[in-house]
Design a protein around this ligand. Structure first.
Ligand code: PEP
Ligand code: MN
Length: 455
C-alpha cells in the first residue's frame, strides 16, 4: 500500500475485503504447485510501482460516462491474448496506429470524440473451457496465457509458473511506456493518421468504396486548417489500457489504496472487465471488482437476462455512478437482433448511467473446414449493425466497440475487402487464442461503421 503521512487511509475492513474472493471458489485460476514460489511472486508484485494512476482511471470514467450519454464513443481494441514475445516496439506501434486510424474515421463518422482504449499492457490471462488439453494421447495443463504458462505443448512449458506474473508486470510496464511515448510524441497527429488511412485505401481495390468518406475527411481537415486550428495542440491523445481481470492473484497484488481518497484502485490497468464465463453474481471476480474504483466492464452473452444485468449493476455499481459500469454485449450475429432488444426492453429505463458497448467478436467464432478457429467479417459487421439498430429502436445509446485486432498483416478472419478465404487462413495465422481483425479489416470496419452512424 502506498500511503504517506497525511494521506487518506482505507479501513481495515476495506483492506480485508480485497481478499474476500479467496473464499469464493474463484474459477479459471491456475493451480500453482509451490506455495512458497507463489508467495514470493505475490510479495514482489506487491512492492512494484503502479502501472496506472487512480486519477487516470477517474478520467477514463468521465470519458466513458460521456459515451453513456451519447457524447463520446468508446473504441477498445487489441489482441485476444497478448504474448511476451509479441511486445516488440514494431508490433505495439502498429496496434496503437491501427486504433488511432480507426478512431480518426469514427470521430469523423459520428462527429464525436472517440475514447481510445487498448486491450494492451495486461491482456495476458485467458479463460479456458477445460483445465487440461490432450493431443495425440498426451494430456497437459491448458495454455492459460503467457502470465500463467507457455503456449508450447510440453510439460515444462505448460507448468503454471507464478514468476510469470512478474514478467507480465514488466512487459506491461514497457508496453505502457511505449504507448505513452507514441500517443504524446507527435505520432498521433491527425494529419499523419489521415495520411495513413489514405495509403490504406489506395493500396487495395477492395477498399475504393470508402474513398468518398476519406475525401470528406480531407475537406474537413483543410477546413480546420483554414480556420487556424492548432494541429500541434491536437498532437497528444489520451490512450487507456484495459484487460480482463481474470488472474486474481495478479490483480490483487496490483491493487493499491489511493492516497487522495482512501479508496482501492486496481493499478494494473485503467479499465478492467469480467468475462462471460466468470460473471455470476456470487463469483469471486464480481466480488473483487466490486471493491475497486476503476471503471469496469462485464461481458454479456446471449443467455444474459435483464434480471442478471440489473443484479450485476446493483452489485457492481450500487451508487449508479456514471462511467463506472459498461456492459459489453457479445451475442452472435444469428441472435443479436432477438436477444439484445429483449435485454434492453427488460431493463427499460432503469440503467441510464450504464454504457453499452458491442463486442462483435466472441459470439461469432467458428471452426473452418481446415480446422482453424476463425470468424467471418460479414458476421462481425452483422453483429455491429444489430447492436446499433437495437439501441436506436430502444432509445438507448450505442456507446462503443470492443474488438480483437492486430496492426499486423495476419490472415485469421475470413472475408473483408481482401476476401480472405479458407485456404488463405493458413498463410499468416499467428494468434495464440482467438482470431483477430488484421490492420486492413480493422480499418474497413471503421469505415463501414462511420458510414452507418453518419447515415
Ligand atoms: C475475450 O474478451 O477474449 C473473452 C474471453 O471474451 P468473453 O468473456 O466474452 O468470452
Ligand atoms: Mn478472445
Amino acid at each position: 500500500m502506498y500511503q504517506s503521512a497525511g494521506s487518506a487511509h482505507a479501513s481495515a475492513e476495506t483492506i480485508a475485503g480485497l481478499d474476500a474472493w479467496r473464499s469464493l471458489s474463484p474459477q479459471q485460476q491456475p493451480a500453482y504447485e509451490d506455495a512458497a514460489e507463489l508467495e514470493a511472486a505475490r510479495q514482489s508484485l506487491g512492492a512494484q510501482p503502479p502501472l496506472i494512476f487512480a486519477g487516470e482511471a477517474d478520467r477514463l470514467k468521465d470519458r466513458i460516462a460521456a459515451a453513456s450519454r451519447g457524447e463520446a464513443f468508446v473504441l477498445a481494441g487489441g489482441d485476444c491474448a497478448e504474448s511476451f514475445s509479441g511486445a516488440t516496439a514494431d508490433k505495439i506501434r502498429r496496434r496503437v496506429q491501427t486504433v488511432l486510424q480507426m478512431a480518426a474515421v469514427l470521430t469523423y463518422g459520428g462527429s464525436l470524440p472517440v475514447v481510445k482504449i487498448g486491450r494492451m499492457a495486461g491482456q495476458f490471462a485467458k479463460p479456458r473451457s477445460s483445465d487440461l488439453e490432450t493431443r495425440e494421447g498426451v494430456t497437459l495443463p491448458s495454455f492459460r496465457g503467457d502470465i500463467v504458462n507457455s503456449h508450447e505443448f510440453t510439460p515444462e512449458a505448460r507448468r503454471n509458473d507464478p514468476q510469470r506474473m512478474l514478467t507480465a508486470y514488466n512487459v506491461s510496464a514497457s508496453t505502457l511506456n511505449l504507448i505513452r511515448a507514441f500517443t504524446t510524441g507527435g505520432f498521433a497527429d491527425l494529419r499523419l493518421v489521415h495520411d495513413w488511412n489514405r495509403g490504406f485505401l489506395t493500396a487495395n481495390e477492395g477498399y475504393q468504396r470508402y474513398e468518398a468518406t476519406a475525401a470528406e475527411i480531407d475537406r474537413a481537415l483543410r477546413f480546420m486548417e483554414a480556420c487556424g486550428a492548432d494541429f500541434e495542440a491536437l498532437n497528444s491523445v489520451e490512450f487507456f489500457a484495459a484487460h480482463e481481470a481474470l488472474l486474481l492473484e495478479y490483480e490483487r497484488a496490483l491493487t493499491r489504496i489511493d492516497s487522495r481518497t482512501g479508496d482501492p484502485y486496481d493499478v494494473s490497468g485503467h479499465f478492467l472487465w469480467i468475462g462471460e464465463r466468470t460473471r455470476q453474481l456470487d463469483s469471486a471476480h464480481v466480488d473483487f471488482l466490486s471493491r475497486v474504483r476503476n471503471p469496469i466492464g462485464v461481458k454479456l452473452g446471449p443467455t444474459a437476462t435483464a434480471d442478471d444485468a440489473l443484479a450485476l449493476a446493483e452489485r457492481l455499481d450500487p451508487d449508479a455512478e456514471p462511467g463506472r459500469l459498461t456492459f459489453i454485449t457479445r451475442m452472435g450475429a444469428g441472435v443479436i437482433r432477438e436477444r439484445l432488444p429483449q435485454l434492453l426492453q427488460g431493463i427499460g429505463d432503469r440503467l441510464p448511467h450504464v454504457t453499452w458497448v458491442c463486442d462483435p467478436m466472441h459470439g461469432n467464432t467458428i471452426t473452418s473446414s481446415s480446422g482453424y478457429k476463425t470468424r467471418r467479417f460479414e458476421d462481425i459487421m452483422a453483429e455491429v449493425s444489430g447492436f446499433f439498430e437495437a439501441h436506436y429502436d430502444a432509445g438507448t445509446v450505442p456507446g462503443g466497440l470492443h474488438i480483437e485486432l492486430t496492426g499486423d498483416d495476419v490472415t485469421e478472419i475470413l472475408g473483408g475487402g481482401a476476401q480472405i478465404d479458407e485456404a488463405g487462413l493458413e498463410e499468416r495465422y499467428e494468434t495464440l487464442v482467438d482470431p483477430r481483425l488484421n490492420h486492413d479489416q480493422a480499418l474497413e470496419m471503421a469505415f463501414q461503421v462511420a458510414e452507418y452512424v453518419s447515415a
